[in-house]
Design a protein around this ligand. Sequence first.
Ligand code: PGA
Length: 309
Amino acid sequence: MQNATLHQLRVFAAVARHNSFTRAAEELFLTQPTVSMQVKQLSRTVGLPLFEQVGKKLYLTQAGKELYEACQDIFERISRFEITVANLKGLKQGTLRIAVVTTAKYVIPRILGPFCQRYPGIDISLSVTNHQHIIDGFLTNQNDLYILSQPPEDIDVTVQPFLENPLVVLASREHPLVKEKNITLERLAQEPFIMREPGSGTRKEVQRMFESHSLALKVKLDLGSNEAIKQAVAGGLGVSVLSKHTLALDGPNSHVAILDVQNFPIQRHWYVMYPSGKQLSAIAMVFHDYLLNEGKQVAQETAFRGLLS
Ligand code: PGA
C-alpha cells in the first residue's frame, strides 16, 4: 500500500459511499473517467478488485469493504489532526464544513456573510442536500456541523434550534384558490400536487400532515428541487408545500402566491446538530455559538424584503 495516495483513497471512499462512480465524480468535481482510473490504480496496488458490478448495481468486494473501513479510520485520524492544527493556529485559518438541508440554503449563506468578514482566514465548505443525505453524511462524519429541520431521534446528537422554518402552501398567482380564505385540507387534497423527492424532510412533513387527517394527496409530480417546484407551480402544474424561505428572493411580481389553508403554515425550526461527544474544532465551536446567538438577527437584517415581508 506504500504506493497508494490519499487522493486515491478519498476517491475510492466516495465511490463506496455512493455506490456509484457518477455520483462520486459529481461530489468530487472530477470526471467519471478520472474516478474510474484512480480506483483502477488503487485496485492494482491492492492486488484485488475493490468493486464488483452485479446487473446495474455496484458492490464492494470483501477487500473493498476492508479498505473502506481502513479509509474511515485514516480520515478520522487526519480530521482530528486538522482540528489540532486549526486549534494551534487559533481562529486565523482552517476550513469549516457545514451541511445544510435544501431549505436552509436560502438563509445560511446570508448568515455566513458577516461571520466570514469577522474571520477572513476561514474557508467554508457548504454542502446543500436533502434530509436523508444529511443523515447519511452525519453517520459517516463528513462535516463539522449539520443544519436540518427534523433531528434524528435514534442517534446520540447535540442539537439546538436557531431559526423558524415555516412550511406554506403555494399555488400559481392565477389559481382560483388564491382568492379564498381558510381553505380546508380536504379541498386542498383535491388539487394536483407537486411533491419533493423521497428522502426530503419537506416531503415527510407534508405526508405526515395529510396522513394524520386521513387524506390522500393526488401527487402529479415528484421533483428534487425547491426551485423546480416553484417553476412548476408558477406554470400551473399544481400546488405544493415548501419552506416559506424558498420565496426569499421573490419580489412582489412573483408568479406564485401563498394560499390561506387551515393547519398552515406548519411551524418548524432549523436545528444545528453535531454528534454528541464529538470534539468540535475551535472555528466550528465559534460558528455554532454565533448561529445560536446572532443567526436569527443576521437572517432578519439581511432578508430581501420581497414576498416574505
Ligand atoms: P429537505 O429539507 O431539503 O430534505 O426537504 C428540508 C427540511 O427538512 O427543512
